[in-house]
Design a protein around this ligand. Structure first.
Ligand code: C5P
Ligand code: C5P
Ligand code: ZN
Length: 478
């Protein structure tokens, strides 16, 4: 096969094997994870299955563990396709496979547990980083491309139109580190650009360019704090009013997308000048501009047009037990499902800002090598990881050591989320190992990526968990 036909050549052999297996199946159970990456993985995989005329059904799981895998086995499908999880639970899955319960096909990017299995597509098995170079949706995309090529469809794009969803998944998993996607992800972007579904542009690195009024866009951007702008409504308005750009139409503020290219350039340059004059250091100034991924077929001014806004919209559904709504939006529903997703997004936004405020108010406890907080029932366990990550760098929360967060799952179990940074990973941090080992030491289980991982532990074991985690992080950072 020509290299041009293989989005990630290193994975092609595995993708082909998985595709062949799926094409041999009478019907498939597709199981995926409940976050933006899991939803886009499911959307990519289900579209590909449908186009290949393979009957299937889709289920979502908050977490793949012995119990949920048993539930999956009981549905009686001969073939189960796992996307955005499965690798980390291979030990359990392999037992079901040996027992003849089902044949697993896995398209994932999490740290694999032993043993190996026959139909297993995971970047980490081929030396590609699963935390920064390929997402679950990316792995599903590689599979979708192989499926198109192995089945005789007359689709000239061979599923390359699904690259937009793959990019939403990668962005949702925070893989655009340093402002853009790299490695295998960048290869997928290229295919999407060629297929005409994606565009990449250098633009201001702020969230909400499609939907937020310009002052809110600037005021709420906290990644790079700019005195007189960040969290400063009056300062932001006076900054904008001082420019020779019409940021208002009649009485209403425009959105970033309503400005012309020249106007955007003017505002961005002025913002950089303003930041420099207020003493923002050069390395942070660089972070003010990044690559924005545009889904060209979506309408201007909607959450769906910008990969970052799209991924937040999806998290707002799946992390609130409404994966069905997010999946419907991914699959093209622009009416009832989109309205409902927007409603859920308002709720999600409120929860995120209240959560970060809670962390700032209550503070974190600092150990030798990490910092942590226990939100109890104050923060929903499905978003506590997002909040832990967003709170790094907020008032009183350091970016120099990893953060661990607890939230109550139910009467007996506590959810743990860990988040690090790129520089910490370069120094040796691997939170997937921290989460797995520290949780297993207290009777729980966990895993994930080097930079972001999670676990479930028995309630009451939080302090013991921290002791183990602190020691392991200390060993890793040497
Ligand atoms: O299970 P999954 O891989 O989809 O989840 C990845 C999680 O890790 C996301 O919630 C994402 O926010 C987080 N992450 C992060 N920073 C990174 C990579 C991932 O916070 N650099
Ligand atoms: O839940 P949270 O967003 O903190 O998850 C971070 C990463 O850790 C995700 O990739 C998730 O799939 C993984 N994780 C895991 N096992 C758990 C909990 C989370 O592999 N028990
Ligand atoms: Zn993922």
């Amino acid at each position: 096969m020509a290299a041009a036909d293989a989005p990630v050549p290193e994975l092609q052999a595995r993708a082909n094997a998985c595709a062949e297996r799926l094409l041999d199946a009478d019907r498939v159970l597709l199981a995926s994870h409940i976050d933006a990456d899991g939803l886009t993985s499911a959307a990519v995989a289900s579209t590909a299955l449908e186009r290949a005329e393979i009957p299937f059904e889709t289920v979502f799981e908050k977490q793949l563990d012995a119990e949920s895998i048993t539930g999956i086995a009981e549905r009686g499908y001969e073939t189960v396709l796992f996307t955005d999880f499965g690798s980390g639970q291979l030990d359990i899955i392999a037992e079901h496979e040996s027992a003849g319960d089902f044949i697993p096909v896995i398209a994932d990017h999490h740290q694999p547990a032993n043993p190996e299995t026959t139909y297993h597509l995971n970047p980490l098995l081929e030396g590609i980083d699963g935390a920064s170079e390929l997402s679950g949706a990316g792995a599903a995309y590689v599979l979708a491309r192989a499926l198109a090529q192995a089945s005789d469809t007359d689709d000239p794009l061979d599923n390359r139109d699904l690259a937009g969803l793959a990019v939403v998944g990668a962005v949702g998993d925070m893989q655009a580190s340093g402002g853009q996607l790299h490695g295998a992800n960048a290869g997928i972007v290229e295919e999407g650009v060629d297929a005409g579904v994606l565009e990449e542009i250098k633009d201001l690195a702020v969230y909400g360019k499609q939907t937020r009024p310009i002052p809110k866009l600037l005021e709420y951007a906290t990644d790079v704090r700019i005195p007189g702008i960040t969290n400063d409504k009056r300062g932001t308005i006076s900054f904008l009013d001082g420019l020779d750009v019409a940021c208002r139409a009649d009485d209403a503020w425009k959105r970033w997308v309503d400005l012309t290219d020249d106007e955007r350039q003017t505002v961005a340059s002025a913002l950089v000048q303003h930041a420099i004059s207020r003493g923002v250091p050069a390395f942070k100034i660089d972070r003010l501009v990044s690559t924005t991924y545009i889904l060209t077929e979506e309408s201007q001014g909607t959450e769906l047009r910008d990969a970052s806004e799209f991924s937040t919209l999806l998290n707002a559904t799946a992390r609130y037990e409404r994966a069905d709504v997010g999946l419907a939006v991914c699959l093209g529903n622009r009416t009832a499902a989109l309205d409902q997703a927007r409603e859920l997004l308002r709720n999600h936004r409120r929860n995120l800002s209240e959560g970060i405020e809670w962390v700032e108010t209550h503070g974190v406890t600092t150990e030798d090598h990490l910092q942590w907080f226990d939100a109890g029932e104050e923060i929903r366990e499905t978003i506590v990881g997002i909040i832990a990550g967003m709170s790094m760098g907020a008032d009183g929360v350091s970016r120099d050591i990893p953060i661990i967060a607890f939230a109550r799952k139910n009467d007996t179990e506590t959810k743990v989320s860990g988040r690090g940074t790129g520089p910490l990973v370069s120094r040796g941090l691997d939170l997937s190992v921290v989460m797995r080992e520290a949780s297993q030491a207290v009777g729980g289980d966990g895993g994930g990526h080097d930079v972001a991982a999670g676990a479930t532990i028995p309630t009451g074991e939080e302090e013991a968990f921290i002791d183990h985690a602190d020691r392991i992080v200390g060993e890793q950072l040497g």
